[in-house]
Ligand binder design. Structure first.
Ligand code: PHE
Length: 443
């Protein structure tokens, strides 16, 4: 069999934008600001930044190193550096891709629907009832299918012509949209208490173990870590990239856009007098409270609502692409499939797997919890142990393209001791809770 030459990104900015596209998505566009408001405002931001720096960044660099060094998708990459025993971790990563994309596609379908509603009819005041109707059932599934077809089409197009090109076009658009909306929000009368609510500082709030779990789970989800997405994107890199620099840029953009999204959401909600509805639930706040705000703003609300949900669709699409790519690249490398076939077959399977989430919102919630708490955090722990302890010379690998950097010893120390300790504490809290949620679902 002729071995196909591995496709590579055509430019550094192409890779960086695709990776930022993976990171910036539904997770941080909304969930970050919501968690921040719930858990002590600026104090939570500080905790989140600390976790991102101490845990997120080292793990991201570890993923990129394993990907670039092996030039392979997760299963074979882990085998390449760790032997057959570590191969199973690669299978866990692929399974996580299936699981996350299955429900991520459903939520993305809702955002598609909302973007269209804002554009064509505007929101009514009874969005709350409407949401429950559209969020579950045939319509939800149909929109999930539409969204998945778009995702599959991009991935089938290949690394350069599909993934990279899409990110090069869409990421600047997303950035402009979010910044434009944040600027618009500053002009709203009555927005000030929204900023206060978002950023009020209460350090007592961050002292519970639950907050640490939330912050860590959010960091992993938002940075696309713990399931091989960054690893896979790293496997299309040449040896001249400075991986520590790339990690910093990707994480910085992710946190930055998340923060700016909060500057859009809270002034809007408060200016429209809907502040008491913020605390309902993450989903409720995004899909019920905000549309109510748009409904109260007349024609302007239609425009702003359309732009807001369009930016969510864009963020969701570029993230979904990276989730599917983990599965597709594994099928290409492991089963010898053609990319097109891998994309449509695997994407089709994932679409079907989304059906339970599309019909039952509680099921969707539990899938999200399992994905975050078990797969991503557990995957991150395993990966830090792998690169920290099992891999032979990660420092030699990370140094390529980054000569002169002096932080590698610190990086490895973080991976060996700090990351596993923090993740163990978090998992100790998160795992039992997750099992309880799963058990409750089937009761
Ligand atoms: N980071 C994406 C988001 O915030 C989700 C994601 C998780 C993508 C894991 C890839 C891998 O929406």
């Amino acid at each position: 069999m002729a071995v196909a030459v591995r496709e590579h990104w055509s430019s550094r900015s192409g890779f960086v934008l695709a990776a930022i596209g993976s990171a910036v998505g539904l997770g941080n566009m909304w969930r970050f600001s919501y968690l921040t408001a719930e858990h002590g405002g600026a104090a939570f931001v500080v905790l989140y930044l600390a976790i991102t720096a101490l845990v997120g960044l080292p793990v991201m660099l570890a993923e990129l190193v394993v990907g670039r060094g092996s030039q392979k998708s997760p299963i074979q990459a882990l085998q390449h550096f760790g032997g057959p025993a570590w191969k199973s971790l690669g299978f866990v990563f692929v399974a996580a891709g299936f699981l996350i994309l299955a429900y991520y596609g459903v939520i993305s379908g809702w955002t598609l629907r909302y973007a269209a509603t804002a554009l064509f009819t505007g929101f009514g005041t009874d969005v709350a009832d409407e949401f429950m109707d559209i969020a579950q059932g045939r319509d939800a599934f149909a929109l999930h299918v539409v969204f998945m077809i778009a995702t599959i089409a991009v991935v089938a197009g290949g690394v350069k012509r599909g993934i990279e090109r899409t990110a090069m076009i869409l990421m600047p658009v997303l950035f402009l949209l979010v910044c434009g909306l944040a600027l618009y929000a500053t002009t709203l009368d009555g927005g000030a208490p929204g900023y206060r609510y978002y950023l009020q500082t209460d350090f007592r709030e961050i002292l519970s173990s639950d907050v640490l779990t939330q912050a860590a789970g959010q960091a992993f989800f938002s940075l696309s870590l713990g399931m091989g997405a960054m690893l896979t994107f790293g496997s299309y890199l040449g040896r001249d990239n400075n991986l520590p620099d790339e990690s910093l840029i990707i994480a910085g953009a992710d946190v930055g856009i998340a923060f700016i999204a909060g500057l859009v959401v809270f002034p809007l909600i408060f200016a429209l007098g809907l502040s008491e509805r913020v605390e309902e639930s993450t989903v409720g706040a995004l899909f019920i409270t905000l549309p109510q705000a748009f409904a109260g703003m007349g024609a302007v609300g239609r425009l702003v609502g359309t732009l807001f949900f369009a930016s969510l669709v864009v963020g969701a699409l570029t993230s979904a692409i990276s989730l599917l790519e983990v599965v597709v690249s594994s099928a290409i490398d492991g089963l010898g499939w053609q990319r097109r076939r891998a994309a449509w077959v695997m994407g089709g399977l994932i679409t079907v797997l989304g059906a339970p989430a599309a019909w039952n919102i509680d099921f969707l919630g539990v899938m999200d919890q399992v994905a975050n708490n078990l797969f991503l955090l557990g995957g991150g722990l395993a990966l830090s142990l792998f690169v920290g302890w099992a891999m032979k010379d990660p420092i030699a690998e990370v140094s390529v393209g980054a000569e002169g950097t002096r932080w590698f010893f610190l990086w490895r120390t973080l991976l060996r001791f700090v990351v596993p300790s923090i993740l163990l504490v978090v998992l100790y809290d998160a795992v039992p809770k997750t099992f309880t949620s799963v058990a409750n679902l089937f009761r």
